[in-house]
Design a protein around this ligand. Structure first.
Ligand code: CA
Length: 201
């Protein structure tokens, strides 16, 4: 009887240790962005801490509280608003990842997106593009383009990124469409989760 108990505890120990190691491995594989929830003092025409403006004319807003945008954050106190303009310009912000995304691997980016119908005239729904590059603000590879973001309430989006080449920098860009068509629109972004390897199917 005693031998069985010992055996049982040995198995239990082996099992819990293994789960813990697996869990730690999962955690250590995560890739992080700094200030992924866009926390900062609410302010118009200001890039949130740890993010950098990438496209010319990028003057993102730290919201809520400016331009008539009163949407509550999905996480923390603030979020960022990016716009596209009638001159065709589109705002983009980026930063270096804690670790590069490896080429030909699948990474899962989860974030919350919303749209504001009262953004000082920049009220139309637009899309979000996610770019990868190996240099600061380099839009080398388009990793994802969302549908038009029309939801006023925050919605969680899961994007599977499949870079062809190694990605050291990630860029988020407000986007309408190519060519000469333009639109005054906005997309709100909050609560980017740690980037994980895609779960195996
Ligand atoms: Ca936030």
């Amino acid at each position: 009887m005693r031998d069985y108990s010992l055996l049982f505890f040995a198995f239990l120990l082996l099992f819990t240790t293994r789960s813990f190691v697996e869990f730690s491995k999962e955690q250590s594989l995560a890739i992080y962005l700094k200030n992924p929830s866009f926390e900062d003092q609410p302010q118009d025409a200001t890039t949130p801490t740890d993010w950098h403006p990438c496209n010319p004319g990028t003057t993102p807003d730290i919201l809520p509280g400016f331009w008539g945008v009163e949407t509550e954050p999905s996480e923390g106190e603030t979020y960022v608003g990016l716009i596209t303009r009638s001159d065709g310009s589109r705002e983009a912000i980026g930063q270096r990842l804690s670790r590069p995304l490896k080429a030909k691997s699948c990474y899962r980016l989860v974030l919350d997106l919303a749209h504001s119908y009262t953004y000082a005239g920049y009220n139309k729904p637009i899309k979000l593009r996610v770019w990868g590059g190996s240099n600061f603000c380099e839009k080398r590879e388009l990793l994802w383009e969302t549908e038009f973001i029309e939801n006023e309430d925050w919605k969680t989006f899961t994007l599977n990124l499949l870079p062809k080449k190694e990605v050291k920098y990630l860029i988020l860009e407000a986007f309408y469409r190519e060519e000469n068509a333009t639109r005054q629109g906005n997309v709100l972004i909050d609560n980017i989760r740690p980037i994980q390897i895609c779960p195996r199917a």
